[in-house]
Design a protein around this ligand. Structure first.
Ligand SMILES: Cc1cc2nc3c(=O)[nH]c(=O)nc-3n(C[C@H](O)[C@H](O)[C@H](O)COP(=O)(O)O)c2cc1C
Length: 383
């Protein structure tokens, strides 16, 4: 029996190691790549909050990396607190993908992930991203070249298939296992679905059943209960979280706690949310400089604010900040404005508390008011 199926018979122990090829990881939970967001400051925040071990960069063009393109090098910027790190590559030229994997290994990167899920036309047109899911032999040959060139684990991230008629992930996963891939990350939607509809847990299960290597489930995990359901219903070895971590950096510790104890951790206090948001800004400034870091933070802060309660005053102002002092000013004014929604002790009155975002697969399928998980704005809005 596969070890993680055995561990499901007894509940998954979050303190168990996760073996990714030669790598021993301290967590079964992973940070998914979110292009435009999973930069060094965000990864550091996530690591400081805890519960996660391997974090992945945004997707990086293999050719740009080899050409020492400045933007590509910024995407793989890391430091000693950002370990272990996976870099996600995209590309369709075998020689370039192989050379980029070797380059990353020499830079001390812990593992290389290959993007096979990106639906963006620019990436698919050149045979990368989800286009890789349509030509298994060609894809397996490219991946084989990478696996043979490096000692670090090579993983693949895919969707369930191109569309409902072509749910090719199990077959592709088997082909990639055959050429030595260490694990498969699978977002339980098709390329055609984009981010709509329900994450197909049965589809993820089929990938799990098709291979012996670990499969890491992904899609819509915004609460610890959703992660637990994904583990239980799919038999996956790990769960990877993208938007849920952006929305709630505490999600990994919350999932670990639920799996270990069967109980939910209390929600972080408002003051803690504000502290972590400010820490995120500090790291953005450290890595990108004050002006650029603050500009980039304009699209980050509203995600923290989704859990603050009434927030329109904050969101209106935060999208204009250009310095740390301006941000501080916006925050202080917001804290005063928010008082009107609080009790005498400064706690948000329950009627103003925002409801949690609920994963598609945790909702009643007949529910007319389907809630979908927002997709952050950015260069790849159709991810
Ligand atoms: C803004 C955005 C950017 C993304 N960028 C990447 C990427 O660079 N590489 C990748 O494999 N997936 C990317 N994805 C997909 C996510 O990694 C993940 O598979 C998807 O969002 C579903 O998981 P989630 O519901 O936990 O976010 C992106 C998704 C979003 C919303």
């Amino acid at each position: 029996m596969r070890w993680w199926l055995a561990s499901l018979a007894s509940p998954l122990n979050p303190l168990d190691m996760f073996r990714l090829g030669p790598l021993e990881l301290q967590s079964h939970l992973f940070l998914s790549p979110l292009a435009g967001y999973t930069n060094l400051p965000f990864r550091l925040v996530i690591r400081e909050v805890g519960g996660v071990d391997l974090c992945t960069t945004d997707l990086v063009n293999a050719r740009s990396l080899l050409e020492r393109n400045k933007k590509a090098l910024k995407l793989i910027e890391t430091n000693e607190r950002d370990r272990p790190l996976a870099v996600q590559l995209f590309g369709s030229v075998p020689g370039e993908m192989r050379a980029a994997a070797v380059d990353l290994e020499q830079r001390g990167v812990a593992s290389v992930d290959i993007n096979m899920g990106c639906p963006v036309r620019k990436v698919c047109r050149v045979g990368g991203g989800s286009a890789m899911m349509t030509e298994h032999e060609k894809t397996a040959a490219l991946v084989k070249g990478m696996v043979e060139a490096v000692k670090i684990p090579v993983t693949a991230k895919m969707r369930l298939g191109w569309d409902d008629e072509n749910l090719t992930a199990p077959e592709l996963a088997r082909a990639l296992e055959g050429v030595g891939v260490a694990a498969i990350f699978v977002h339980g939607r098709t390329r055609e679905q984009g981010f709509s509809g329900t994450v197909n847990l049965a589809g993820i299960r089929k990938v799990v059943e098709a291979v012996k290597i670990p499969v890491i489930g992904n899609g819509d995990v915004t609460t610890p209960e959703a992660a637990q359901k994904m583990f239980n219903d799919t038999g996956c070895a790990g769960v990877s979280v993208g938007r849920g971590a952006f929305y709630n950096p505490w999600i990994f510790v919350q999932i670990q706690h639920l799996l270990a104890t069967g109980e939910l951790l209390p929600e972080p206090k408002f003051e803690e949310r504000v502290r972590v948001m400010c820490r995120h800004l500090d790291l953005m400034v450290e890595v990108f400089g004050e002006e650029h870091g603050c500009r980039m933070f304009r699209k980050v802060a509203p995600w923290y604010a989704k859990r603050f309660g009434p927030v329109n005053e904050f969101n209106k102002k935060v999208v204009t900040v250009g310095s740390r002092a301006e941000f501080q000013d916006v925050l202080e004014r917001y804290l005063c404005w928010r008082q009107q929604f609080c009790d005498g002790d400064g706690h948000l009155l329950p009627r103003f508390a925002p409801p949690p975002l609920v994963a598609s697969f945790m909702q009643d399928p007949a529910s007319a008011q389907r809630q979908s998980i927002p997709v952050p704005k950015g260069p790849v809005e159709v991810w």
